[in-house]
Design a protein around this ligand. Structure first.
Ligand code: ZN
Length: 312
């Protein structure tokens, strides 16, 4: 595990250096290795690439911990990294809301482009708010959907590097087992809450798949994207809901500024009920260095621990 974390952090660090020093530093980073060069948009996907790719790949994540993918604008350095990559890995479902055109152009340029959206069972996808023609992109909080993502990454890496097929498949098999254990861990912790305690209020609507998979009613202050701000009427309606249902705790998210949830807490107080801030959930990125949540599995475990400990 430590090795994995180190290689993920190393990837993020070397990327940061690349972006920070703009004067053509790329040569040393890429020429010295015959490993498959994978560039992933989010921290979740960089982690997944390392899990499946193992020693055969290097993974660079464009977005670091705490970065909001809905609002992320690719820099010129990012585009250059993607153009040089053997494999580009992204979520799709409009998660990377400002990067759509970049992926379209990339797929015509010879690198293997893996879009997680394409490998998902469509019947499991949730609508984006009330628009059934668009889907909620936050699929990673249902572990069974992340297993589908792992298979998509395995297929994509195999396509880019057919010699690695047996390695990728063995890594997939081991990882699916770990994901099953993680799913069981989540379900066991949920049983510590009564049904009426299973209500999750967060900064934005990132947890609908989580709610559906694990039996929580979920409310986000902002919508599915952080692109639009919550209005005062949204705050007031959600404050009513919390006060009426006497919900013990609401949650800050690591990739959304805490002020929105603090405003909600104040609005609940004005209605005569005290709701606690139950801690910080990782929503659209994994935890950073030394957070104890540097991988996908550690992140989803940290989240369920935070949720259950605050609500029970
Ligand atoms: Zn989100």
């Amino acid at each position: 595990m430590n090795k994995k974390i180190k290689s993920l952090l190393g990837a993020v660090l070397s990327l940061t250096l690349l972006l920070a020093g703009c004067s053509a530093p790329a040569e040393s980073a890429e020429s010295s290795t015959d490993k498959l060069n994978v560039v992933a948009t989010t921290t979740m996907l960089a982690d997944l690439a390392i899990e499946i790719g193992g020693e055969r790949i290097t993974a660079n994540g464009l977005m670091g911990p705490g970065i909001d993918p809905h609002l992320y604008q690719a820099s010129a350095g990012d585009v250059s990294l993607m153009q040089k990559a053997d494999v580009v890995l992204y979520n799709g479902l409009h998660l990377e809301g400002k990067m759509g055109e970049i992926f379209e152009n990339l797929s015509t340029q010879g690198s293997t482009v893996i879009c997680i959206e394409n490998g998902l069972d469509e019947s499991m996808l949730l609508a984006w708010e009330n628009d059934s023609s668009v889907h909620d992109p936050h699929i990673w909080f249902d572990v069974s959907l992340w297993k589908q993502a792992a298979k998509t990454v395995t297929d994509g890496l195999t396509q880019a590097d057919p010699k690695g097929k047996a390695d990728y498949e063995a890594n997939l098999e081991a990882y699916l087992e770990e994901l099953d254990e993680t799913d069981t861990y989540i379900r066991n912790r949920v049983t510590e809450l009564s049904e009426s305690q299973r209500v999750l209020v967060t900064a934005h609507d990132a947890f609908q798949y989580f709610g559906k998979a694990y039996g929580f009613e979920v409310r986000g202050l902002q919508g599915i994207s952080t692109d639009a701000e919550a209005g005062t009427s949204d705050v007031s309606a959600l404050a009513d809901f919390i006060a009426e249902r006497q919900i013990k705790a609401i949650f800050v998210e690591s990739s959304v500024p805490p002020k929105t949830i603090e405003a909600l807490q104040a609005a609940v107080k004005a209605k005569g009920f005290d709701v606690a801030i139950g801690g910080e959930l990782y929503s659209d990125s994994l935890g950073g260095a030394d957070s104890g949540a540097e991988t996908y599995i550690l992140t989803v475990k940290a989240n369920i621990d935070t949720i259950v400990n605050a609500l029970k």
